[in-house]
Design a protein around this ligand. Structure first.
Ligand code: URA
Length: 203
């Protein structure tokens, strides 16, 4: 149904695409989630950052990467000298998938079918923004952009070419937040080094 809607109203702008996505019911995640969380940022951004899916805070706020993982991302971007406001930030899946446990909504990983169902939105964002550089944060974004079997650790930290764009894979900031203290500083530094590589490419 969504594909027909896109054809009926050509998505010639991000605003229109976002309105269309707000009504998407093409997978089962739309029911329990509060709203579609679409990407945000300038339509002429040179850099697109792709995460997994909105979390609890994003689902409530209606904006990507505003919770704890987003705050860490913001800090490391700023350290690397990348201006988030000049960047288009989005997710591979646009509804929050969770498991209710008491009053909390625990993050649940989107499965391959959900990632596939949401791909037309990310694909359309990429076409409209037409970024030179795309950063994949974590396994879900990496699978969506590079194919299901592509892993983070085999591919991270170097520029790959996909459909004429430069793609860099790195870890997800939410993963950094879950690491034990013994690993946290080292992995955060490696994440910062990956984002410095992105800053160099933009310079
Ligand atoms: N994690 C993501 O992958 N995306 C968000 O928007 C927030 C947390």
């Amino acid at each position: 149904a969504r594909h027909r809607a896109i054809e009926a109203a050509p998505a010639d702008s991000l605003a229109r695409l976002s309105l269309q996505a707000a009504g998407c019911r093409d997978c089962a995640l739309a029911g329990p989630a509060t709203r579609t969380v679409f990407g945000e940022g300038p339509s002429d951004a040179r850099l697109m950052i792709v995460g997994e899916q909105p979390g609890d805070r994003e689902d409530l706020a209606g904006r990507p990467f505003v919770g704890p993982a987003g705050q860490l991302l913001d800090r490391v971007l700023a350290e690397a000298g990348i201006d988030r406001s000049g960047t288009y930030v989005t997710n591979a899946v646009k509804h929050f998938k969770y498991r209710p446990v008491g009053k909390t909504r625990l993050h649940a990983r989107p499965d391959a079918a959900e990632i596939r169902a949401c791909w037309p939105w990310l694909d359309a964002e990429i076409r409209l923004v037409d970024p030179e550089f795309i950063v994949c944060l974590g396994a879900t974004a990496t699978g969506a952009l590079l194919g299901g079997k592509a892993g983070v650790h085999q591919n991270r930290g170097r520029w790959l070419t996909r459909a004429g764009r430069q793609v860099l894979v790195t870890v997800h900031p939410a993963w950094l937040l879950r690491l034990p203290d013994s690993h946290a500083a080292r992995e955060r530094a490696a994440f910062a080094a990956d984002l410095s590589r992105v800053a160099n490419a933009l310079a």
